[in-house]
Every structure is written in C-alpha cells, then in structure tokens.
Design a binder for this molecule. Structure first.
Ligand SMILES: *Cc1c(COP(=O)(O)O)cnc(C)c1O
Length: 395
C-alpha cells in the first residue's frame, strides 16, 4: 500500500495492513499518501470524457487521491458525480444570488453515505472482513447494506426505532440484518461494538475505521472540478458524525498541495438541529471537544448524533477555515426543505432543509453576502423521510 495511517491526535504512524480501526489512544486515524502528487496532466484527463485512465464514472475516477491500488477493483455502484445545481429561485429566497446546491440525494442508496461506505467496504473486503456491523441514524445503514450486498458480505445494522420507515425498509430491501433499539445512535453504537466483539464482524461506524472519510473526500474534489478548479467562498454542511465536513476539509488541502487549486480555502459552516447541537455548543463556547448532548431529538435523523467521535477534527476544520456553526429548529428545517423542493424540483431531505435554513440565518446576520459563492449540501433524498400515505387533506 502506498499510504499509511496517522493518528489525528498524537500523529502516531499506524500500519494500514489488515483491518485498521482507531489509534491506541482511541482517536480517529487519517490516511496519508506516500505516492507522487497527482499531476496536472492527470487533472486534465479527469475532465476528458471517458479517458482511458478514468474509464468509470463517479467517485472512483479520483483514484490518485483514494486508498486503492491500480490493480484493485472497488466495490462500487456508480456513487458520486452528483450535480452542482444553480438554484435561482431558492437563491432569491435566501438572499444569496450565487448559491449553488450539491445534490447528494441522487447517489445510489439516496444519500452521500454511499461515498463513504463504498470506500470503507472496499478496503475492509481487501483487509479480510467476512461480516460487517454498524450503528446508524438511518442512511449509513442503507448504504452499508447495499455495499455489503455488492461485496457478498452480510451486514448487521443497529438503528433507533424512531428512524423514518422508508429508510428502514431500504435497509431490509438490501438484505441488511436490521436490529431496532430504543434510544439514539450512541446506544446503537454500544450494541454494535458488543456484537463486533462477540461475532468478529467488522465495525463500519463513522471514524472507527479510517476509510469512510476518504470516500467523503470526493465531495470536495468534485466541487473543485465542477467550479473549474476553483473553490467556493463558503460551504454549508448539515453535520452529524462529521465525516462530510472533515473529509472535504482534507480534500481541499490535498488539492492545494497537489497544485490543482490555489488561493483561500472555503469557510466551512456546520448546521445542526436545535434538538441535537453538540458541535454548535462547543464551537460557541470555544471548547475543542463536545459534551454528549442529553436527550437528542430531531426529525433530521442524520443529524441526531449526540457525541461524535470526530468532534475535535470538526471543530478544528470550522475554526481553521474561518467558518462557524449554526443551529436551526425542526420547524425551520422542515419548512425550508418543503419550500426548496417546490421552488427547484430538487428532493430536499430535512438535513438539506437545515442547510437552507442556516444559509438564510447567516445571510441575515451578514456573515454570508450576496457576492459570495456558497455551496449548500442536500445530503440525502427527501423521499427516504416521507410517509407516502400522508397527503394533504382534500387530495
Ligand atoms: C449522515 C447524514 C448527515 C450527517 O453527515 P456526517 O458527515 O456524518 O456529519 C447529514 N445528512 C444526511 C442525509 C445524512 O444521512
């Protein structure tokens, strides 16, 4: 392998052979590449349609930035290459005329979780995993079940009973062995780790293995490519476990180190739900870790992560980038998801609605201005949260 793993806290170097998890100190490991920097010649061939080097579409076009050898085939379903859309009516509504929406809802399995799980399952299968387990707030369970099926490896999924029904149905549809629990993803994490210890199944939880981050990194790589090798002024990202935020921040550094982009990196803004906002609280108090949020609740289930393992890395990215953190109510995020879907024909999830609500707040505060190019993330598809039986009265 032409990479190693580095502890995100103490910098210790860890061998990537087999099935790496976290550092001995318990903190997440990050991938550091020991290969030639991806050249500008590769950059031009990335843009060329169906070049021989990048014959496949989707995130695995970015192999020079990903943990995979040329001889290896990824476990893939066509994830990535999602549209970065102009949204004139939505942009007018939020007072940010240059706003763009990166629509991750069109990924296989309906969310950006596909990127992370494609990378994690690929590496774990090469590392010898024969079974997987993970706790989920919803969409990670769908993606893990699908990529497990794609690899022919069984997947145990622990999810809260309160997870939206269409998400649970998708987990079962892809053959996931679903276990419903009272409580939140933290409670599911304990059950999943106990099952991993007793059964030998490999735990795919956020940041408990080093490769989901690498898949999420392709969000940042794609934005740079879609903006003609420039970066936006700001990014608004609905944050739960934090892999999207941490992954993009890593991507921007790697792109700049390779000379593929130059200048300032985007300001990163996190949005959380008011009923579960540990990152916002720590950002505001100046802390470098999060305290577990008591009794977390939000309809944006992907944001219901009371004690993220990546707290340090998230807070560091927000501060280093000169960004910030915003909490929005469930009423606001639901309203914005509905309005944005109607205005633009994009299937906004509640989490995507949270990004819109945060953009509006930041515009009103003067933190984001009309001349700035702002990318809002719709991290998943809205249909995964909707009960189709619930039509408006009189329909
Ligand atoms: C998981 C999830 C999030 C949170 O993403 P992280 O990268 O774990 O912070 C946001 N939105 C949706 C739809 C999700 O499924």
């Amino acid at each position: 392998m032409d990479w190693y793993l580095e502890c995100s806290l103490d910098g210790r170097r860890v061998d990537p052979a087999g099935l790496p998890t976290v550092c001995e100190c318990g903190q997440p490991l990050l991938v550091r590449y020991e290969r030639e920097r991806p050249s500008l010649a590769i950059r031009s061939s990335l843009l060329a349609p169906r070049s021989s080097l990048f014959a496949i579409r989707g995130m695995w076009r970015w192999r020079p930035f990903l943990p995979i050898a040329n001889s290896e085939q990824p476990i893939a379903l066509g994830e990535g290459d999602t549209p970065l859309l102009e949204v004139p009516r939505l942009a007018a509504r939020i007072g940010l005329p240059r706003a763009l929406v990166k629509d991750e809802g069109v990924n296989p399995t309906g969310s950006f979780k596909a990127r992370g799980l494609s990378a994690a399952v690929t590496r774990a299968v090469f590392g010898g995993a024969k079974a997987f387990t993970l706790p989920t707030a919803g969409n990670a369970g769908v993606a893990a079940s699908a990529y497990g099926a794609r690899a022919g490896v069984p997947v145990r999924v622990y999810a809260p009973k309160t997870t939206p029904a269409p998400i649970l149905a998708q987990i079962v549809a892809y053959g996931g062995d679903l276990v419903l629990l009272d409580g939140h993803i933290g409670d599911c994490g304990k059950a999943s780790r106990a099952y991993a210890a007793e059964s030998g199944a490999f735990d795919l939880s956020t940041l408990r293995e080093p490769y989901r981050i690498e898949g999420k990194k392709t969000l940042g790589l794609e934005i740079a490519e879609q903006l003609g090798w420039s970066l936006p002024d700001a990014i608004i990202y609905p944050t739960g476990g934090g892999t999207g935020l941490i992954g993009m921040w890593k991507a921007f550094h790697e792109l700049r180190d390779a000379g593929w982009v130059s200048g300032n990196l985007p300001r990163m803004y996190t949005v959380q739900a008011a009923g579960c906002a540990p990152v916002v609280k720590s950002f505001e108090s100046g802390a470098d870790r999060c305290e577990a949020w008591a009794e977390p609740w939000t309809i944006a289930s992907g944001l219901r992560v009371p004690g993220p393992l990546g707290d340090r890395l998230m807070l560091r990215a927000l501060r280093e980038s000169g960004g910030g953190a915003v909490a929005v109510t469930d009423a606001a995020l639901a309203l914005e998801a509905r309005e944005a879907s109607r205005l633009e024909g994009i299937d906004f999830s509640p989490e995507g609605g949270a990004a819109v609500a945060a953009a509006k707040t930041l515009q009103q505060q003067g933190v984001l201005t009309a001349k700035e190019r702002v990318v809002l993330f719709n991290t998943g598809a809205g249909w995964l949260y909707r009960n189709p039986a619930e039509l408006p009265p009189g329909t």
